[in-house]
Design a protein around this ligand. Structure first.
Ligand SMILES: *Cc1c(COP(=O)(O)O)cnc(C)c1O
Length: 420
């Protein structure tokens, strides 16, 4: 037991302490449907909020530029080894500060400025760092985005192959932020082989599903796999890169000294804890439950007149086009937030509206599954959504739903949030 001789945060900085407490209350009392968010466990938060934040350790285990690494080296090795075991990967780098820097390290390892690259376009559900124009990755490299088909909104593998043959990209990214279907990793491997491109799988959204066996793994097929650690994987806010042995040295050199300075050791420790938790049999059940819940929620939404992009989901996320409801994604998202249902407005493929006020909403089940919600709650959530969106400017409806949401939240305490 530690006995503090110093004053607490509440004493030192009541303003920040109050805001953190208010965030705890918000996270406990609302239903988190943001597909990229989750609740890290108390164990993960403890590691992340530790004195490890004080330590500099530029370099890698046993090859450091600072002394005093007696705890840091074994912590980083545990994080690497647990991730390698969890995903069956030959190499793991746990130092990227987050998902975007992990992806930048891949470019630095393999591409020269101006090289052709390919990734799923942002409007089709790709990530900024896969070469979109407003991102440094679209400015420094010649990006040729692939998209989804107009009829069924599935990734157009014929287009991927045609663009790859035409432009001979150095790397092809597979992964996205708003794609509700299974990634066909073997098909990407085949195309990469045909054109001599490196296959880079960015599993930021689906890492937990891959770890838990609820989505096929790209490990063994992709040359490099990047990810965040804080989405379905339920770790701290961080990034990681897994690679085949032959690319290990290039990746490590790109992360440090290529792109970053000292690693965030508190995050590394928390990644190790998350990988430990994800290696337990319960995590397999968790990953499966995320997908079961998403399918149940998608079915309940469809029954209530929602138009889902691709007609449903294979993973943790759902993208809905609200055009039939005659309301923009932003207006809906703001009304739902007032009712305690927190999600984000999102462009849909071939959206005719602007990205800052698009036609759709994106939602996901990782967080509500972490709270232990199931089929019954999915039906309730679909029902609440339909009610709020139909009467988005009626305070009585919003208040009524908010009350029901708070009652349900009380029955499903959120991991990592002190009971409030
Ligand atoms: C979230 C995400 C990222 C970026 O992660 P940050 O930690 O926000 O930088 C990269 N790629 C994909 C596919 C993502 O979903």
């Amino acid at each position: 037991m530690t006995t503090w001789k110093e004053p607490s945060l509440e004493t030192v900085d009541p303003e920040i302490a109050r805001l953190i407490h208010e965030e705890e209350l918000r996270e406990a009392r609302t239903i988190r449907l943001i597909a990229s968010e989750n609740y890290a466990s108390r164990a993960v938060l403890e590691a992340s909020g530790s004195c490890l934040t004080n330590k500099y350790s530029e370099g890698y285990p046993h090859k450091r530029y600072y002394e005093g690494q007696q705890s840091i080296d074994p912590i980083e090795e545990l994080a690497q080894n647990r991730l390698k075991a969890l995903f069956g990967s030959e190499h793991a780098n746990v130092q990227p500060y987050s998902g975007s820097p992990a992806n930048l390290a891949v470019y630095l390892a393999f591409c020269k400025p101006g090289d052709p690259i390919m990734g799923l376009g942002l409007p089709a559900g790709g990530h900024l760092t896969h070469g979109w124009g407003v991102s440094i990755t679209g400015m420094f490299f010649k990006s040729h985005a692939y998209g989804v088909r107009k009829d069924d909104h599935m990734i157009d593998m014929d287009q991927v192959r045609a663009l790859a043959k035409e432009h001979r990209p150095r790397v092809i990214w597979c992964g996205g932020t708003a794609y509700a279907r299974t990634w066909d990793f073997p098909a990407f491997r085949e195309i990469c082989n045909e054109v001599g491109a490196l296959m880079i799988a960015d599993i930021a959204h689906i890492a937990g599903l891959v770890a838990g066996g609820a989505h096929p793994s790209p490990v063994g097929l992709a040359d490099v796999v990047t990810s965040t650690t804080h989405k379905t994987l339920r770790g701290p806010r961080g990034g990681m890169i897994m690679a085949k042995k032959e690319h290990a040295a290039a990746i490590d050199k790109a992360v440090f000294p290529g792109l970053q300075g000292g690693p965030h050791n508190h995050t590394t420790a928390a990644i190790a804890v998350a990988a430990h938790e994800a290696g337990k049999p319960e995590f397999k059940q968790y990953a499966k439950a995320i997908v079961d819940n998403a399918k149940a929620l998608a079915a309940a939404m469809t029954e209530r007149g929602f138009k889902l992009i691709t007609g449903g989901t294979d993973n943790h996320l759902i993208l809905a086009d609200l055009t039939p409801q005659n309301v923009s994604g932003k207006i809906a998202a703001k009304a739902l937030d007032r009712a305690g249902l927190v999600l984000n407005y999102n462009s849909v493929p071939f959206d005719t509206r602007k990205p800052f006020d698009p036609s759709g909403i994106r939602l996901g089940t990782p967080s509500i599954t972490s709270r232990g919600m199931g089929r019954e709650e999915m039906v309730k959530i679909a029902d609440w959504m339909a009610r709020v969106i139909a009467k988005h400017d009626d305070p009585a409806t919003i208040d009524a739903v908010r009350g029901e949401v708070e009652e349900t939240c009380k029955k499903f305490p959120a991991p990592g949030i002190p009971v409030v």
